[in-house]
Structures are given as C-alpha cells and as structure tokens.
Ligand binder design. Structure first.
Ligand code: ADQ
Length: 460
C-alpha cells in the first residue's frame, strides 16, 4: 500500500480534537499507512534568508509531521502577499481588494520551490501526494522539475472564478499551466469545474479528451468536482458530549423566551457579515413582531489580522452592531450579540443546536462547513432552519436549505422571517433531506473518492 503524503500551508496534529475539520478528515487516511504531513511550521524567522527555511520533523502517532520555517520576508510576501492579497480576493471574486505586487509573485515561487526542495528529501518512490489549496498551486510543477515522478493530486478549497476574473491575475496563465503538472485537480463544486474547463479551453486551447481529461501545454490532467463534507458521526458525538450539552442547557435557559439566530465564521470579507447585519436590521424594521425577541449571536473568529482589509472589516462590523443595538435595543434586550473570538470546537454544537436559524450567507465560499455542522447538530424532532447563500459551494448540495442572495437585503429579511415562522413539519422534512445530503457525501466519502480517482488517473 502506498504511503499518503499530505501537503498544506498549515499542518495540524490529527490526534488533537481541537484541530478539527481537515485534520480529523485526513488523520484517518494518514494513520492507515503511516503517512506524512508536510507544510509551514507557523514559525516566522526575523532576518532569515528568503527562500530558505529549516526542516523539522516530529512524530504524531504513526504520522510524521514535517514542517519548514519561513523568514519574515517570505511570510509577508508569499503568505500575506500573493496567497492572501492576490489569490484569495480574486478567487472570491473581489478584484477590488486584490493587490498585484511583483514582489509577491517572486516570493510565491520562491516558497513553493523551497517546499518542493525540502519535501523531495522525504519522498519515497511509490508515495501518493495530495496537495491542498491556493498557497501551493505550483508545488507539483516544482517537484516535477526536481525529478519527482509520484502521483500528485491537488484540491482547491476555495472557488475557482470564471475566466474573465481569473485573467485579471497577471500570472493567470502561469498558474493554470502549473495545474497541468498534477495528475488530478479537484474542485469543490460543478460550477468551479465548469470555470476550469472553460478557462483551459478558451485561454490555453486545451483539448477536451472526455471524462474530464484535458490536454494542454503538452500534458494531460484530469479534473473533477469533489465537494468536501464533515464527519457527521464525529460531529453528532460532539453534540451529545458534556461540553456541548452544557452550552446547550445554559443558552436554552437564557434564550427560552427569544428566537435565536446564529452566525459563526472567521472574520473574513468573503463571509458577507455586513450584508447579514443589514438584513437583520431590515427584519427588525419590516417585521416589528421580532422586536424584543429575535436575537442574533454573531461569532467571528480573528483571522489574518495583519492585513488592512481585515481590520477595516472589523471596524465596519463593530459600528454596524453598535448602530443596530443603539437603534433597536431595550434595557432588557440586545438585538445583536457580537463576539470577536473562537468558540471551543467541543462546545460549538451546543450553540448550533439551540439556534432557531443559522445564517450562513457568504458572498462567495468554496464550500462552507458551518452549514453542514449546523445540520449535523440539530435535534431531528425540533430542528432549526438553515439559511444558506446561493454563492456558497454547499448550495449545490443543500437544496432544502432556504437559499438567499446575500446582496438582496430585503429578500434576505423576508427569508429570515419565513424561517422564524416555519411550521414544525416543514422544518423536520427539510432537515431530514439535508441530513441525508451531508451523510451521503461526508468527509470520508470526499477523501476516498478523491484518492480513488487520483490512484486511477491516467498518467500523462
Ligand atoms: P473556511 O473559510 O475557514 O474554510 P468553513 O468551511 O466554514 O470556512 O470552515 C470553518 C471551520 O472553522 C468550521 O469547522 C467551523 O466550525 C470553524 N469555525 C469557524 N469560525 C469559528 C469560530 N468563531 N469558533 C470556532 N470555530 C469556528 C475553507 C474554505 C471553505 C471550505 C473549507 C474546507 O473557505 O469554503 O468549506 O476551507 O474545504
């Protein structure tokens, strides 16, 4: 059996529950054949040399965690720069927030080259390599240049925008060319796959060989949509655990006479937070029966705080929340409870379960796992309602959620009202279908389908 090598910008110890999501998902696969997880150590070396970084190795059970340090310049230009000021905004359709700086691109190449060089020393001939996300698009190309012949797959966790938007990145051809060094390229949704297919046919003159194989730049790559899921059983177990139950009981007592709406995400401009608050405000105005009752708990965990776009968003949110509470609040009722922090993963399901309505309304999202976690945490006898943006990858699968356009403030307010009024029978029926959706394509299905396709992809 081949060893699995996972490469992602950050590496987590799969044995720690707090790691959550991807770590739990990949942990199983890595454990099976004593795998290797490679990435950045999270350490920034002040005054270090660009393109250089020490390699560290550590055992986590049967899994080897191998990490490389970055110097301050590479961290600034590869991570904050090209990855998060060019690729992240453009891939989320936000050309207005992109900063095309030539120095960023140089660092992106340099760090990918560094990772390839360090990873190569650890590889075995029959390894299967699975590279994750936008930070590492050129990694396979760099590995191939050094002689690596292993099977290498790539999964993009964020959306792939349409050709016209992608082409706004000065290095768009170079990036897409680099994808052809993989044996398999996976996307979250059919829409992303369609964008890839259109781009390579139109811009790279790719030949469509059928079965999602494309030939361009003298190489052949297979592409596919592999929507990521959650570990539904693990999440259900967390929901019934001590911490989540305590959270549920406490919140239930406090909000017994109110209708609780909930938003949980990283504080990021892709998540549509200001738009959501405006819709909530419109709800209170248009449907005054919700005054003194509907309460929005918004939890936004700190993210990329070294970047101006993120601190601007933080200020905008604080001022919107303040204005809503100032205009509508009463001595005994605060319409919005906003918290700029993380909730412990073990307690989060309790919060999901007590909410009447979840507001998952990103302007763009590769998938969105909060939507799936919310479904998994509900009581099937009395489930809450999921309001989901049509611009989240998850909307392709979760058709029984109430789908909204987050830019349409009044429309969203009407949908929230509909969710608050939804009869029990309809809530149960929708929840039943949604639960079936997330069970059928859970995280194990995602991992196995991707790895099976990677193992079977024709080499070329
Ligand atoms: P993210 O943009 O981080 O991921 P998401 O899919 O929602 O978004 O995953 C976030 C995870 O972090 C969830 O497991 C959630 O529970 C947790 N989380 C978020 N805010 C939290 C908070 N305040 N406290 C505690 N936990 C919190 C990227 C892409 C997504 C894609 C995933 C996986 O942007 O579109 O779904 O990768 O591929």
């Amino acid at each position: 059996m081949s060893r699995l090598v996972v490469v992602s910008n950050r590496v987590a110890d799969p044995r720690k529950a707090a790691a959550g999501g991807l770590a739990v998902a990949l942990g199983d696969a890595l454990n099976t054949a004593g795998g290797l997880w490679f990435g950045w150590s999270g350490t920034v070396i002040e005054g270090g040399a660009p393109g250089e970084g020490e390699l560290h190795q550590q055992k986590a059970g049967t899994v080897t965690l191998a990490t490389v340090d970055l110097c301050a310049e590479d961290h600034a230009d590869y991570y904050l720069g090209y990855s998060n000021s060019v690729l992240w905004p453009v891939f989320h359709y936000r050309l207005d927030l992109a900063r095309f700086d030539a120095g960023y691109f140089g660092a992106y190449r340099r760090v990918n080259r560094l990772f390839a060089r360090q990873l190569l020393t650890l590889l075995r001939p029959d390894d299967i390599i699975w590279v994750h996300d936008y930070h590492l698009i050129p990694l396979a190309d760099e590995l191939r240049a050094l002689g690596a012949t292993q099977r290498i797959g790539f999964f993009l966790h964020v959306p792939l925008p349409p050709q016209q938007l992608l082409a706004a990145i000065p290095q768009h051809e170079w990036l897409m060319h680099a994808l052809f060094a993989y044996d398999l390229v996976g996307f979250q949704s059919e829409a992303d796959l369609e964008n890839f297919s259109r781009y390579v046919r139109a811009e790279a003159g790719a030949e469509d060989l059928g079965d999602n194989y494309y030939k361009a730049f003298g190489r052949t790559v297979q592409a596919g949509a592999f929507p990521i899921g959650i570990d539904v059983d693990e999440f259900a177990a967390l929901t019934h655990g001590k911490d989540a139950r305590e959270m549920y009981e406490r919140m239930k007592d406090e909000y017994s006479r109110r209708q609780l709406l909930l938003g949980v995400e990283r504080l990021d401009y892709s998540k549509g937070l200001p738009q959501r608050l405006r819709a909530f405000k419109a709800l209170l105005k248009k449907y005054p029966e919700n005054l003194r009752s509907a309460t929005l708990i918004q939890i936004a965990s700190p993210s990329r705080e070294a970047m101006d776009t993120y601190t601007d968003l933080l200020q905008e949110l604080e001022s919107l929340c303040g204005a809503i509470n100032g205009d509508f609040g009463e001595l005994d009722w605060m319409p919005v409870r906003y918290m700029h922090r993380n909730v412990a993963r073990k307690r989060l399901p309790g919060l999901y379960r007590v909410a009447r309505v979840a507001l998952v309304t990103p302007l763009r999202d590769g998938m969105n796992l909060v939507a799936k976690e919310f479904i998994a945490a509900q009581d099937p006898a009395d489930p809450g309602v999921l309001i989901l943006s049509r611009f989240a990858g998850a909307a392709e699968q979760l058709k029984d959620a109430l789908l909204v356009n987050p830019y349409d403030t009044d429309g969203m307010a009407d949908t929230i009202q509909r969710a608050l009024q939804m009869p029990l029978q309809e809530r149960q029926a929708r929840h039943q279908t949604l639960l079936k959706n997330i069970r059928e394509q859970d995280v194990h299905w995602w991992r196995m389908t991707f790895l099976k396709a990677l193992g079977a992809a024709a080499r070329g």
